[in-house]
Ligand binder design. Sequence first.
Ligand code: 5GP
Ligand code: MN
Length: 339
Amino acid sequence: MKNIEALKETLQTPKKVAIVTHRNPDGDAIGSALALFHYLSRRGHDATVIFPSRYPLLFDYLPGTDYIVIDDDHPDNAKKVCEEAEIIFCLDFNSLARIDRIGEVIAAQKTPKVMIDHHLNPDDFADYTYSDPTASSTCEMLYKFISEMMDERDLVDKIIGECLYTGILTDTGSFSYSTSPALYRTVADIYESGIDGTFIQNKIFNGQNEKQIRLLGFSLTEAMRLYNNYNTGIIVLTLHDHRRFRIKRGDTEGIVNYILKMKHMRMAVLMCEREGCVKLSLRSKGAFSVQEIAQKYFDGGGHRNASGGVSHDTIGNTVKKFREIFETYKEQLTAEPDY
Ligand code: 5GP
Ligand code: MN
């Protein structure tokens, strides 16, 4: 990060701080926002976490969730926090367009902004940018931010450790991807804070309800189509399916990954029909980049192997769009596996 000394200087005296993360926050977004909240609070700052939308309740075990302001539910409050803030931290996203309404509020302000994020192609909107697309997670970066850049390793206690470990665990799929020697060293350090990794693992991965498991069954038996010639599988959940299974935010989390459990599958797609649009989750194995596809065709982005986007067309036409994608990427999709 350039100007790190100036940021350190700014944080020397108590400040009002807003910590903002992306819509539909995942474990990394929630974990990094709360870790920073606890760190800044310990240093005497008056910090508030803002989420554009609600978070999956399974993350309720994380300390600090009670104080989060949800913009969808309390827009006036969220706006006030951003307007009164003397510094705004933007975590786990790299473009204000990704946080809709609250992004417009933030863009309109001269308040210094700090971005800490690991997605590809960051926008240049922050005064302090710490971007590392090679990092596994924003939580991994936040550990570095606190322990090395701020030189305050001692402040990483069990509470902050739980938040950071949550984000690393979810964004690496339990250490399945984006791992590195540096990541394992960071995790070893976080473990020293006294966290219980198995407790967190159980909270995240073994806390589903019956409805979610039945939805998974339906998705794989009824809603999945395989395009074996292109090593791709697509799961389509229509508005009708959403009503039938009473699908709520977070219920579809992880379903798309099942497609990649098949050996030959290189790309996996989950389409969730909404009123007026279709939300896409894309996953891949190896060098094949779904980030490129999300960006080029679906106004989205993310990481090479995990991206998301949106289609403003019908669900039928969105599926048809993949015919074009298959032809364009046929060579890469059918190449010898590199994973
Ligand atoms: P998911 O499929 O779990 O919703 O998202 C996977 C990854 O893609 C996440 O890292 C997320 O940040 C990114 N992503 C999801 N939706 C969008 C989107 O609409 N735009 C952009 N730029 N990234 C997205
Ligand atoms: Mn992340």
